[in-house]
Design a protein around this ligand. Structure first.
Ligand code: SAM
Length: 245
């Protein structure tokens, strides 16, 4: 898995410039997070720190970003050195995470669906729970498990494509192709059903599991027009997951 993002680290970073990221993803994530001022926060699958930096800027007291890809972490550290915010970064596989600290809040934007098996998904959930304080909260941006396999279409105008071989079962690879500047990048995630996610989360001790719809920032409507976002929001490839211990 590390090799997958090691090879595309800089190109993936560029995809964050898309209006979908700025006006749907970021808006949905931060609206749900609410006030994070003063919180100790662990940002898993932090990549090059796109959300990690914003979480610190939103007032989190202490933020640790963790990613399995050394190349992603190198980009995050480079940015921290260029414009220091006091964010810490470390390179770990979440399925083997063992830190000697615990957090009020864990965020994981695009992590759980990289589990290559249900056993690994269960292990990731257990490791996340083990790093949360009692009553702590987990907020994720994740593959949308409610999306039918026949609806994996209609994103070409947004510069990406998502596909899966049929029949889709738990653990089926999902292939993404994405435009980054003048290049195409490819990566794979895995499909898991709603039941599979909820079983893994509950077994790790999580409760109050909720899947939230995406939200559109009104600034995006002014800039791109509501119609631009319609097909994406009518058929969301991702969903926001929230649960707590
Ligand atoms: C799609 S990127 C998202 C990066 C960042 N969260 C963002 O939204 O910009 C997915 C990230 O998950 C990381 N990742 C995948 N499996 C992981 C694992 N087992 N442990 C830690 N990071 C992992 C990848 O290296 C990659 O940086």
């Amino acid at each position: 898995m590390s090799a997958q993002y090691d090879a595309i680290a800089a190109d993936y970073k560029r995809t964050k410039e898309s209006p979908l990221r700025r006006y749907v993803e970021v808006c949905s994530f931060f609206r749900l997070l609410g006030d994070i001022r003063g919180k100790a926060l662990l940002d898993l699958a932090c990549g090059e720190g796109f959300y990690t930096r914003q979480l610190k800027n939103a007032g989190a007291r202490d933020v640790l970003g963790v990613d399995i890809s050394a190349e992603m972490i190198a980009l995050a550290v480079e940015e921290e050195e260029r414009a220091p915010l006091g964010v810490r970064y470390a390179c770990f596989d979440v399925a083997q995470l063992e830190l000697e600290e615990s957090f009020d809040l864990v965020t994981a934007t695009y992590l759980l669906h990289y589990s290559a098996s249900q056993a690994e998904l269960g292990e990731m959930c257990r490791r996340i729970a083990a790093h949360l304080k009692p009553g702590g909260r987990l907020v994720c941006i994740n593959e949308n498990p409610m999306q039918a396999a026949s609806d994996y279409a209609g994103y070409v105008q947004y510069g990406f494509n998502k596909s899966v071989d049929l029949p889709r079962v738990d653990g089926s690879p999902i292939s993404y192709t994405m435009v980054s500047g003048r290049k195409m990048i490819r990566f794979n995630a895995y499909f898991y059903s709603l039941e599979c996610y909820e079983t893994a989360l509950k077994a790790a001790g999580f409760k109050d599991i909720q899947w939230h719809d995406l939200q559109l920032d009104p600034v995006g409507i002014n800039e791109c027009g509501a119609e631009y976002f319609r097909e994406y929001l009518d058929n969301p490839p991702i969903a926001i997951l929230e649960c707590s211990l």
